[in-house]
Design a protein around this ligand. Structure first.
Ligand code: AMP
Ligand code: MG
Length: 418
């Protein structure tokens, strides 16, 4: 390893918000793609989407009932039934004085109609084919939804850079957007480094552990809208790892886990340097997650953004939540995604003492108790303890110089988005 540059002596640490700013300014503009509507959940729109119709496309009934004229309500006479109009049919005769048309929810309103009366307020005489109405509170336009009331043809229904949720999918279906213009998903390559790692389906032998980071990172990337490309375990030797790094640099983002600390086999920073990946920062004032490395490839076409995540799974997860998940969002959402950090506050249920001098994210349980959000930090034995995180639903943020926190204090929390 003597020909590798020595990157282990750097002690300069930046803070969380500087680290995020450094990442943010290197995120490229979203690129356009498209996908079928039913596959678009979680993607981001790449253009404003307009309606190609009025909605509703015609004046329609909001209830099952009878289409009538207002003056006929006063007469309390029975009205002759013109016809019955079901949803999907069109009326053939207008409503005139002394007549009513039976109409179902969603059916077009006959010409002349002034209001629709609910069937519950009507008595139908089948023999004489007439209807008597028992409601005098109906007014002009009752139970009629006018054409274009919810949206009009040509109006923008979803703006560019919007995250597509089920609600957007329903709306886009209504306006005929079968193929949605979306931002391309970033391709995120994943390399987990370590001579000690064995595949998940293996039983670890002496000194070995299972490669939990690969499955964890694949699921995180998928959940945050990226396209995960696992490249397998990178062993702690320059030849194997360099080869994998070269493959990783063909993608938009490369995540490495492990090998970024001060150990003798922590080769990642030096090998990235050798592969012309410019270091932007190494080490962040953060717990867990201090060893985080970030840089950008200089000579590849994709100018890959590269993260050297700490090896411990929980440190990887915290760094991912703070830096990689927002990056994947901005990659697709552009400027719209830049300032929406999903931070909230909750009341601490127990006192807490912060040890050490780094801002700390502690696994916590956020619950709605007696009409307010409360949060309890969970017992946790550090960055290799995944069990505590499986019981958690948020990160609780403790920030120096404050070290003693009282029960009842409002505290910043970062809810898990999954
Ligand atoms: P490192 O930064 O490579 O020294 O790794 C720090 C710690 O994380 C060590 O205890 C590793 O064994 C552990 N670790 C590294 N990679 C993984 C992984 N893929 N899955 C689970 N634990 C890991
Ligand atoms: Mg290692």
């Amino acid at each position: 390893m003597s020909d590798l540059p020595n990157t282990r002596t750097k002690l300069h640490m930046i803070n969380i918000s500087r680290a995020w700013q450094e990442i943010l300014k290197r995120v490229p503009q979203p690129t356009n793609s498209s996908c079928p509507l039913t596959k678009s959940l979680g993607r981001f729109t790449a253009a404003d989407i307009q309606s190609d119709i009025d909605s509703p496309p015609f004046d329609k009934s909001l209830v099952d009932g009878f289409a009538i004229l207002i003056d006929d309500l006063q007469s309390s006479q029975s009205l002759a039934i013109n016809e019955t109009v079901h949803a999907g049919q069109t009326p053939t005769v207008p409503v005139k004085t002394g007549t009513a048309t039976q109409i179902m929810t969603g059916a077009p309103i006959p010409i002349g109609t002034e209001a629709v009366v609910m069937v519950e307020d009507c008595i139908v005489n089948l023999e004489s084919n007439t209807v008597t109405i028992n409601n005098t509170t109906v007014t002009l336009g009752s139970h009629i939804m006018q054409q274009g009331k919810s949206l009009s043809c040509g109006s923008v229904v979803v703006t560019a850079g919007t995250k597509i949720r089920p609600a957007e999918i329903g709306l886009l279906a209504e306006v005929g957007c079968a193929e949605v213009p979306v931002a391309a998903q970033p391709n995120v390559a994943i390399i987990c480094t370590g001579d000690e790692l064995v595949d998940v389906d293996q039983h670890p032998q002496a000194g070995q552990i299972r490669n939990s980071n690969e499955a964890l990172l694949i699921s995180l990337v998928t959940a945050s809208g990226g396209n995960a490309i696992p490249l397998g375990i990178g062993r702690d030797n320059a030849i194997d790892l360099s080869d994998k790094i070269q493959h990783g640099l063909q993608h938009d983002v490369l995540l490495l886990s492990g090998g970024v600390s001060m150990g003798e086999k922590d080769l990642v920073p030096a090998l990235l340097h050798q592969a012309d990946v410019m270091e932007v920062f190494h080490k962040v004032q953060l717990k867990p997650g201090k060893p985080l490395w970030f840089g950008q490839a200089e000579n590849t076409q994709s100018q890959t953004l590269v993260f050297g995540l700490p090896g411990n799974p929980v440190s990887s997860l915290v760094c991912y939540m703070l830096f990689v998940a927002p990056l994947i969002r901005v990659f697709q959402q552009g400027a719209k995604g830049r300032d929406s950090q999903p931070e909230s506050y909750a009341e601490l249920t127990v006192p807490y003492t912060l040890r050490g001098d780094r801002p700390t994210y502690h696994p916590g349980r956020l619950e709605w108790i007696s009409g307010k959000w409360s949060v309890t930090p969970l017992p946790w034995s550090g960055s290799a303890d995944q069990q505590a995180f499986a019981l958690a639903n948020c990160l609780v943020f403790f920030q120096p110089p404050q070290h003693e926190y009282d029960a009842g204090e409002q505290i910043s929390v970062l809810p898990f988005p999954w």
